[in-house]
Structure formats: C-alpha cells, structure tokens
Design a protein around this ligand. Structure first.
Ligand code: ACO
Length: 464
C-alpha cells in the first residue's frame, strides 16, 4: 500500500489565493498533507525544525503509535517478537517483510555465519587505534572501511544485495567485539560457525586464549531481547541519517557508518548510559529517590529514561525491559540495588502530578542499561550494542529506499536569515569592518577524550 489520497486540505495564502493539498492516509489511518506541489504552485515551503511534523517517506517496515504505546515490526507486535523470536528472525522480517520459514531461517543464518569474519587485513587496522579508543569510534571507522574490502556494484542484484546485508549484520557484530578487545588490550577472538548470533557475540567479547566463556541461557535471552527491541524505530535520527546518506546512492557501508555516527550522539544512543550514571549518583548520595524526583521537578536534574518525543504513554519496550529485569535480576546472585532504586523512582514519578500531567513515562532506556549491566556488558559498549541491534533496521530502510519508485535524493529547503547582498571588501580594508568572528586567541581548547560522555550543556539525550 502506497498511502491512498482520501481527502484534501485547503490552504489560503498571499492575497486570498487558495490551493488544495491532497491528504494521504496510511494503512493505520494516519494522515499527512502532501505538499509536493506547494512550492511550484504557491511559491511556499514548509518550516519544521527537528522534523516533528514531517513524514519524510512512505515506509512499510515499522508502525509506531506514541499515544497508544504501540510498536510493530511489519505488523507483528514488539511484545510477541521479543518473547518468541530470535534476533536473526527479526532481522530477516525487517529486511524481507515476512517471518522466515524454517528453510529461509537456516539459509539466512548460514549466510550470516559465512560472512562473519572480516578481511584479515582489516584486523591490522585495530592496531593503529590508540589504546582505550572508544569502541564507537572504532566501529564507525571500520564499518566505513569495509567498502574498501568489499566493493559494492553500482546496482547490486538480489544475490549481491543479500550478501551486502549479511556482511553488515554479521560484521558489525564482529567489529564491535574486536573493538572491545582493543579497548581492554586483549587479543581478538574470532567468530565461530558453531555458535548462534548472540552466543557468538558474547563468546567474542568474553572468552580469551586463556579462558573459555560459559553461556548462560538467561543472559543470551536478555541480550537477544535487547537487540530485538532496538532493531527498528521508524524515522529516528540515525535511520533518517541512513536514508539521507543513502539517497545520494553512496556506498552502503559508508551509509551505515553514517547511521552509527548519528547514533553515537548523546541525544540519541547514549541515554541508557545516562540512566546508569543517574542511578549510581542516587545510590552514592544515599537518596531513596525522593530527593532526585524533587530536583527533577525543580528542573535542576532530568529523570533520565523518562519521557519521549513520540510516546506519550508507556514505551512498550520499557515494559518488556522491566519484565526482563525482574527475571534476570531476580536470580540468586544477580540482584542489583540499582534496580530497586529504579523501581522506587518509577513508582514515585508515576504518582506525581508533575510527571503525569506532562505524560512522562519510562522509556526503553530506563531499564535497558540495567539489563546490559547484568549481562556483563561494559558501560562503554552500551551504544555499540544498540548499533548491533539497529543495523538490520537501517539496512531494511536502505533496501526499501533503493527499491522504491519514489526515491529521490534528500535535499531539504531552508529559510535564509543571513545578510542581504553586500559589496566585496579587499583584505587590506577589512580590519575596520570586521565584526570579530574569528579573532586570534591564546585560549587553549581542551578536547574531552570521550565528548559523548561529557554533557557540558546539561542537555540530555533524546532517542528514537
Ligand atoms: N525529567 C523531568 N522533566 C522532564 C523530563 C524528564 N525526563 N522530560 C521532559 N520533562 C519536562 C520538561 O522539563 C518540560 O516541562 P515544562 O512543560 O515544565 O517546560 C516537559 O516535560 C516537556 O519536555 P520536553 O523536553 O519539551 O519534551 P521533548 O519531547 O522535547 O523531549 C525527551 C523528550 C528529550 C526524551 C525528554 O523527555 C528527556 O530529556 N528525557 C530524558 C532523557 C531520555 O530518557 N532520553 C531517552 C529517550 S527515549 C529512547 O531512548 C528510546
């Protein structure tokens, strides 16, 4: 379904002119005013900073209703997929539109396995990064570098496209684990054909030449579920970046690297880390949560993991993550006092008018950091895990776009608010006209090692 034209919106502009704009209705009855002819007919463009009211494409991949707390991949509720599916099945579903049959799943798993090794020469790249390089900086660089080793034909056929998809889904995971090994100064562990997707990742992360890694089915399930609930979220910041970069027909490895770069920012992929930092500070302050809630209400702090641009009720992913926390952290020896604090915070917030009147409910990040922490995933790898989960979603959007008849290069307009035309000033006369934009300064610029961890502006993450 391409969105039917069901009605029209009337626009009055200028000195009494009027034009009719078609209204498109999606399969879940959501409506959009189609402004394709707006500029050519009325000489107008729309201004929507942050794209809060703009649908950038038609897509059949993910449906999200923020008012009702609904999230579906290809029509399947996220709750069913999280409970019953494996990540590899969900990746197939996002990519190809249907859950795989047993044979299709075997074939897909086989191609993922056979594509899991990165070219051996690429392993040497890891040596060139500084010790303790952040895993996200390695991941984004290495994924862009894949294009040098796996040339992409100008117009890949179905088989070539399937291989590209398998390379990326599988190798992002391998690179992620290798970058962690670099981070901690251990030799890399190669992927194994004998292990499934998540087990393979955990083995590459936690086994070493001197010790094996014992898989815990509950931890495997926890990581699997984390990856599934992060696999797609329609037109969020990084997916929009993928679509924009991909619309120029750039190399797909560079396109996915653009998605990873966009995800890295603290408004997007960093919120699960921010929640753990917040819970730790509450724990260290000996606060039972009440003081923090008061600070949040007085705007001195933000209750991280609460609120969402789209969800105005419970984020369905948060409900899944909370249940999982109960299961994992309820096991003997697995308890985490931070989970108690999180539940107390949630209870206090959900009985407080400040949060209720603003529709502030827990989002996926409120509990997902606790899951990763319980699985032994190091703090600096949280965003990397998000990237592994989101890779099939990015690729599904890239694939949908390249097969769409409506695909055009993404090229937004702007409203220019700069100076009007002025006369050129020769360099020797410029001093007295200078407005001092670029003065020479002796100020030393201090660059934080991990700028994404710092939050000098006090600005908090927001993610899709
Ligand atoms: N704690 C306290 N107050 C909050 C919070 C919060 N977490 N979130 C929003 N508010 C308040 C704002 O101060 C504002 O109050 P006001 O009306 O008195 O000015 C009101 O609620 C509306 O907030 P906005 O910031 O305008 O909402 P917006 O939709 O732009 O922001 C966002 C959404 C960025 C997610 C915000 O809720 C937030 O910062 N949450 C914490 C960070 C976080 O958890 N991010 C992850 C998002 S989801 C995800 O990761 C998948």
């Amino acid at each position: 379904m391409d969105g039917d034209i069901t009605e029209a919106a009337a626009l009055r502009y200028g000195s009494g002119q009027e034009m009719e704009l078609p209204v498109i209705t999606g399969s879940e009855d959501e409506k959009a005013v189609d402004i394709e002819r707006l500029r050519s007919t009325a000489g107008l463009v729309t201004l929507d900073e942050g794209f809060a009211n703009t649908a950038s494409c038609r897509s059949a991949i993910t449906y999200l209703d923020g008012e009702k707390g609904i999230l579906r991949y290809r029509g399947y509720p996220i709750e069913d997929l999280a409970e019953k599916s494996r990540f590899v099945e969900v990746a197939y579903l996002l990519m190809y539109g249907d859950l795989p049959t047993a044979i299709q799943l075997d074939d897909f798993s086989a191609i993922l396995n056979s594509s899991s090794l990165i070219h051996e020469d690429m392993r040497h790249f890891f040596l060139a990064f500084p010790n303790n390089a952040h895993p996200m900086s390695i991941l984004t660089t290495m994924v862009a570098s894949l294009s040098a080793f796996y040339p992409v034909p100008e117009n890949p056929n179905d088989e070539e496209e399937a291989q590209i998809i398998a390379n990326l889904v599988s190798q992002v995971r391998t690179i992620a684990a290798f970058s962690f090994k670099k981070f901690i100064g251990e030799p890399v562990v190669y992927p194994s054909y004998k292990l499934r997707f998540v087990e393979n990742f955990l083995n590459m992360m936690f086994s070493s030449p001197v010790s094996s890694y014992e898989q815990d089915p509950d931890i495997v399930k926890a990581v699997e579920t984390f990856l599934i609930v992060h696999a797609d979220h329609e037109q969020n910041c990084s997916t929009a970046a993928v679509r924009i970069a991909g619309s120029s027909l750039a190399n797909v490895y560079a396109v996915i690297s653009a998605g990873i770069s966009a995800l890295w920012g603290r408004r997007h992929g960093g919120a699960n880390q921010a929640v753990i930092t917040m819970l730790r500070s509450i724990q260290e302050a000996g606060d039972d949560g009440r003081q923090f809630i008061e600070s949040a209400k007085n705007k001195k702090a933000r209750l991280m993991g609460f609120g969402h641009r789209v969800y105005k009720t419970f984020d369905p992913r948060a409900i899944i993550m909370k249940k999982l926390c109960h299961r994992i952290l309820g096991k003997p020896g697995m308890t985490d006092p931070m989970f108690e604090i999180a539940m107390r915070l949630e209870e206090a917030a959900l009985s407080d008018d400040y949060f209720l009147s603003r529709n502030l409910y827990p989002n996926v990040d409120f509990y997902s950091g606790l899951i990763l922490k319980a699985a032994g995933i190091p703090f600096d790898m949280f965003t990397v895990l998000f990237a592994i989960g989101r890779t099939p979603g990015w690729l599904a959007h890239w694939r949908e776009m390249r097969h769409s008849e409506n695909s055009r290069i993404a090229r937004p307009r702007q409203i220019y608010v700069g100076p009007l035309k002025r006369s050129y000033i020769p360099v020797n006369l410029r001093e007295k006209h200078s407005v001092g934009v670029m003065r020479r300064s002796r100020t030393k610029i201090v660059v934080s090692k991990y700028p994404e961890m710092a939050d000098p502006s006090g600005e908090m993450p927001e993610m899709g």
